[in-house]
Design a binder for this molecule. Structure first.
Ligand code: UGA
Length: 406
């Protein structure tokens, strides 16, 4: 059992805190946001992450997990202080704080505040995905820790000893920091790669979904992160690729591949607009329904969600836009208030000229598509995540367009 302070009650901080508490540690979460802490104290989780509410409640009730707005309550006396705060982009795309050099910055701040302090700074990147963060924490592929102080890095590694995962200790902090950015950039590269293959597939008459399946059967390639679609969003990939590129530029290295990854991803969102134009001739006055808004399923997170750009471009072109998402409507309403937000997919379909599948929530896979087809004014469907079978859709009377498949 260790005493741990976690700074930041976002999805990474809170998941880490609740999981470490569940492993038997005594954890205090500190956040400067008073309303967030007040909600946590009354057993509420301020965002949607599957399983987190139960885990927080169970460990708070067992008095292994507590919440405060005071650093003095949380940090002194703790063996570990885990910093899990958000890292928004600066204007030039650089993360705040700057990624592979963040550890040095933390060390400088600590020294400035207290020249006598005895803390060692360790980089311990998280690899949690929103929507499966608890599962990812409890069953990691690997744990990475790195520090100029090897003993400190090993001590952080011990927190994860009950998890039965390989623990990689890197001999300096920069390597551990790079593992995180290189991993996210590589996954983003796979997505932009398959999206480029999808564009080529469309032109030559291949089906990109099957192309990815065929590639993924090669053990050297593997099937993951090869779903062509409307591109990646979220709080991590867009920011981390941009941050890594900005760091490289800062060292006078122009990272061509990273720039291509970002360019392809930016353009990918607009592909559904081209497809709508092609199916509807023109956009002004057309009623376009969006199924899904969140940047991916099982979250209410709208950060860098492709739906934002798509809705704004359609609105600017004079279309009427309506939408439904099982979790993200409230957040989306704040970002794009001009959209008409509805209660379910069938309401979206009623009288619509086209539907765009934006987020592959399970409930959209189970829809009664014959009913959807009948409700629509024109049965056009642009499947931004390739979840429907083209032949079945055409059989039902839809004009169907996928990504990288016709
Ligand atoms: C990502 C990483 O997967 C985590 O390992 C990492 O810890 C996290 O960032 C982070 O840095 O904190 P996350 O952003 O939650 O996690 O989401 P992912 O499930 O990885 O999806 C990211 C985006 O890629 C989504 O918009 C998703 O729709 C898109 N995607 C994913 C595709 O377009 N195609 C795919 O094949 C896979």
């Amino acid at each position: 059992m260790s005493k741990v302070a976690v700074i930041g009650a976002g999805y990474v901080g809170l998941t880490t805190a609740a999981c470490l508490a569940d492993l038997g540690n005594v954890v205090t979460v500190v956040d400067i946001d008073e309303s967030k802490i007040a909600r946590l104290k009354s057993n509420q989780v301020p965002f949607y992450e599957p399983g987190l509410l139960e885990l927080v409640q169970r460990n708070a009730n067992a008095e292994r997990l507590s919440f405060t707005t005071s650093y003095l309550d949380a940090v002194p006396g703790a063996e570990y202080a885990i910093i899990a705060v958000s890292t928004p982009e600066g204007e030039g795309g650089e993360a705040d704080p700057v990624p592979p050099l963040t550890g040095d910055m933390v060390s400088r701040v600590l020294k400035k505040r207290n020249t006598q302090h005895k803390a060692s700074v360790v980089s311990n990147p998280e690899f949690l995905r929103e929507g499966s963060a608890i599962q990812d924490f409890m069953h990691p592929d690997r744990v990475v820790v790195g520090s100029h102080d090897r003993e400190a890095a090993e001590k952080v590694g011990k927190l994860y000893a009950p998890l039965d995962s390989p623990i990689l200790v890197t001999p300096n902090i920069y390597t551990a920091e790079m593992v995180k950015y290189a991993s996210n950039a590589f996954l983003a590269t796979r997505i932009s790669f398959i999206n480029e293959i999808a564009r080529i597939s469309e032109r030559v008459g291949a089906d990109a979904k099957l192309v990815a399946e065929g590639m993924g059967l090669d053990k050297r390639i593997g099937p993951y992160y090869l779903d062509a679609g409307i591109g990646y969003g979220g709080s991590c990939f867009p920011k981390d690729v941009a941050a890594l590129a900005a760091v490289a530029e800062g060292f006078d290295y122009h990272p061509e591949l990273l720039h291509a990854v970002m360019d392809i991803n930016r353009d990918q969102r607009m592909l559904v607009i081209d497809k709508l134009r092609e199916c509807l001739d023109e956009l002004p006055g057309r009623i376009i329904g969006l199924l899904g808004l969140a940047f991916k399923p099982n979250t209410d997170d709208m950060r860098e969600a492709p739906s934002i750009d798509i809705a704004k471009v359609l609105l600017a072109a004079g279309a009427e836009v309506r939408a439904y998402d099982p979790a993200a409507i409230e957040r989306s309403r704040m970002l794009v208030p001009e959209v008409d937000y509805l209660m379910d997919a069938y309401e979206v379909a009623e009288g619509a000229d086209a539907i765009v599948l934006i987020t592959e929530w399970n409930e959209f896979r189970q829809l009664d598509m014959a009913r959807v087809q009948q409700l629509m004014r024109r049965p056009v469907i642009v499947d931004g995540r390739n979840i429907y079978d083209p032949e079945t859709m055409r059989g039902l009377g839809f004009t169907y367009r996928g990504i990288g498949r016709e």
